[in-house]
Design a protein around this ligand. Structure first.
Ligand code: 8X3
Length: 254
């Protein structure tokens, strides 16, 4: 059987890196993309040393020309079977009244247009594979809002709509569209990036939560979803820690 190829965006840390490790362990050839070349190169080396097939391709998903060049180069190596649209993130937690429009623009560009770019560029290859999967990593912020969530919530709602619309449009083709919507996941960078390096604010997000989800929990969910038989489409899966019942209902032990 030919080895299946999975492309992971945002593979330099957190959920993306954990997903790369788990998909490699599940037998995929993994193509790691992110802006930070040093990180994905180190991860590709780690995976290759462990006997897996892994390559690193530095890429900014907001750069359409670069994404097209990436897809053209990858296309010469055979079909892509799985695309994990993981690149994205939050910037700021300001109220709508005072949020910086530049943050909103950046979040839309990474979470929505980045996903659009890579999906459009790889869709011919995913279709040609005869059994393709597009996975959109959204968020519980894609489904409901909260105070201070504004720009991130709007962007993740955009990613959710992209996934829903694409699933409708691809019905009848050999490509399925999966959306995974995680709640609170404690990664090394998500909250730190959101609060621009303010460790106190970042730590407060998880304060008192006994067991927030970890990147490995979501990687496990992603790996499960993409390894279901081809006729099984996990449309939308919401994953939260047990201590979180909604975006704002979080059990914290003082
Ligand atoms: C992360 C979940 O609650 O920080 O996607 O918006 S939340």
């Amino acid at each position: 059987m030919t080895i299946r190829t999975a492309v992971i965006t945002g593979a330099s840390s957190g959920i993306g890196a954990a997903t790369a490790r788990q998909l490699a362990a599940a037998g995929f050839r993994v193509v790691l993309t992110a802006r930070r070349a040093d990180r994905i190169t180190a991860l590709a080396t780690e995976l290759a040393d462990a006997g897996h097939q892994a390559v690193a391709y530095p890429l900014d998903v907001t750069d359409r020309a670069a994404v097209d060049a990436f897809a053209a180069e990858l296309g010469q190596q055979g079909p892509v079977h799985v695309l994990i649209n993981n690149a994205g993130g939050a910037l700021g937690a300001d109220p709508v009244a005072t949020a910086d429009p530049a943050d909103w623009r950046t979040m839309y560009e990474t979470n929505v247009l980045g996903t659009l770019h890579v999906t459009q560029a790889l869709l011919p290859s995913l279709t040609a594979s005869g059994d393709g999967t597009v996975l959109v990593l959204s968020s519980t912020a894609a489904l409901a809002t909260y105070e201070g969530g504004g720009g991130y919530v709007a962007a993740k709602h955009g990613a959710h709509v992209l996934a829903e619309t694409l699933r409708l449009e691809l019905c009848g083709t050999p490509v399925r569209v999966i959306e995974i919507a995680p709640g609170m996941v404690k990664t090394e960078e998500f909250a730190r990036t959101r609060f621009r390096g303010d460790e106190t604010k970042a730590a407060a997000v998880y304060q008192g939560v006994a067991e927030p989800l970890l990147a490995e929990d979501i990687a496990d969910t992603i790996t499960w979803a993409v390894t279901r038989p081809a006729h099984v489409n996990v449309d939308l899966l919401v994953v939260r820690p047990r201590a979180q019942a909604s975006n704002q209902k979080v059990h914290r032990e003082s």
